[in-house]
Design a protein around this ligand. Structure first.
Ligand code: NAD
Ligand code: GLY
Length: 362
């Protein structure tokens, strides 16, 4: 086999591997070893299926695994409970039983929807993540957060539900648009900011190669990101503590995505602007040096990501939406903020006047 790296998300009897390498799709054993029954439903979308579905169906045919398909419309606005029900209907119509496996082939939207469908069908059936965007390869496919949006808030309906394995085929990134590649880099930069200053330095040094889609650099960025995410998830699967630092920039970012209309600002773009806001608020509290914010803005800018929030959002818009953030307790919003480059904290202990300034100035 040509796998170049295998990591493990250590969760006791629910531990699972993340395979990272080139040309992994279509390797019959890799997928079939993680299918325990004799049937599967592949969930993909109208953009990804024409590119990569054949490789998966060929692998399943070779392993004699019966398979049905759900091809969803493409886009964040289809990350809805209706899409979940479409998958459930296909499972029911084709008499899939509790030994069936859901295979998610696509970006974070497909992965989140398909994982949630798997978590509720007959109280939970197996699923496999095959992420095909940089963002989903470094973040959403790992860690078991699944779910869909509600018009009032991002990811408000969902479950923690871990996959059987994650298959990261870095070759799929060759067909990704530059805008989507940039969006994925936002989450890569996040890992440097919250956990690993040396990784942040490395991204700064190789931003150009990453933006050009050079495979050896992307593969290393994916490996390091997944290693950090797996380490954090292993400590705190259900986000009662440290896992929340993975949401740096997300409280602001989710407000931007919700207010601007799902899909208009890409998730990674909203997170980029949100990380600048988090850095700004940290700086206003005197927790980080000006230089850390400057480097954050410069690196995000170098990766063609937004470093300013949308101009048409008021402080009231942010406060309304952020008050239903999943980290909020009794309406008190918690933020992930920076204490240094490579070190994050989750806190409700911030000065509301400084928060207002950040919302106005960023
Ligand atoms: P996405 O799934 O919408 O994919 C982006 C675009 O790229 C889509 O148009 C898609 O069809 C297309 N695409 C996918 N793979 C492709 C390929 N190989 N070649 C060409 N086009 C391809 O978006 P995303 O950025 O992958 O994921 C964003 C979603 O992930 C958001 O809904 C966000 O909330 C969620 N998310 C979840 C978690 C989690 O822990 N579960 C973490 C981060 C983000
Ligand atoms: N993307 C945040 C998390 O998985 O916890």
């Amino acid at each position: 086999m040509m796998i170049s790296h295998t990591l493990t998300v250590e969760l006791g009897d629910r531990s699972y591997p993340i395979y990272i390498g080139e040309d992994l799709l279509g390797q019959t054993d890799l997928i079939s070893n993680h299918i325990h029954g004799s049937s599967a439903v592949i969930v993909s979308n109208t953009t990804v299926a024409p590119l990569y579905l054949d490789k998966i169906t060929n692998a399943l045919d070779q392993a004699n695994i019966r398979h049905d398909l759900v091809i969803l419309d493409d886009g964040e606005k289809f990350k809805t409970i209706d899409s979940v029900l479409t998958i459930v209907e296909t499972l029911l119509n084709h008499r899939h039983d509790r030994k069936s496996t859901v295979i998610a082939l696509g970006g974070g939207v497909v992965g989140d929807i398909a994982g949630f469908a798997a978590s509720i069908y007959q109280r939970g059936i197996h699923f496999i993540q095959i992420p095909t965007t940089l963002l989903s390869q470094v973040d959403s496919s790992v860690g078991g957060k699944t779910g869909v949006n509600h018009p009032l808030g991002k990811n408000m309906i969902g479950a923690f539900y871990q996959p059987q394995c994650v298959i990261v085929d870095t070759s799929t990134l060759t067909t990704l648009t530059t805008r989507e590649l940039s969006a994925g880099l936002a989450e890569v930069i996040k890992y440097g900011l919250i956990y690993d200053a040396t990784f942040f330095d490395w991204i700064e040094q190789h931003a150009e190669a990453l933006m050009k889609g050079k495979n050896e650099f992307l593969a290393l960025a994916i490996l390091t990101s997944c290693r950090i995410k797996a380490e954090i998830v292993a400590q705190d699967e259900r986000e009662s503590g440290i896992r929340a630092i993975l949401n740096l920039g997300h409280t602001f970012g989710h407000a931007i995505e919700t207010k601007m209309g799902y899909g208009n600002w890409l998730h990674g773009e909203a997170v980029a602007a949100g990380m600048v806001m988090a850095a700004d608020l940290s700086l206003r509290h005197g927790w980080i040096k000006q230089e850390v914010k400057k480097r954050t803005v410069a690196l995000l800018g170098k990766c063609s990501l937004p470093v300013m929030a949308p101009r048409n959002m008021s402080t009231g818009d942010y406060m309304d939406i952020m008050s239903i953030d999943k980290k909020a307790v009794n309406g008190t919003i918690k933020f992930v903020l920076l204490k240094a480059l490579g070190e994050a904290i989750v806190t409700s202990n911030y000065n509301p006047e400084l928060l207002k300034l950040t919302l106005i100035k960023c």
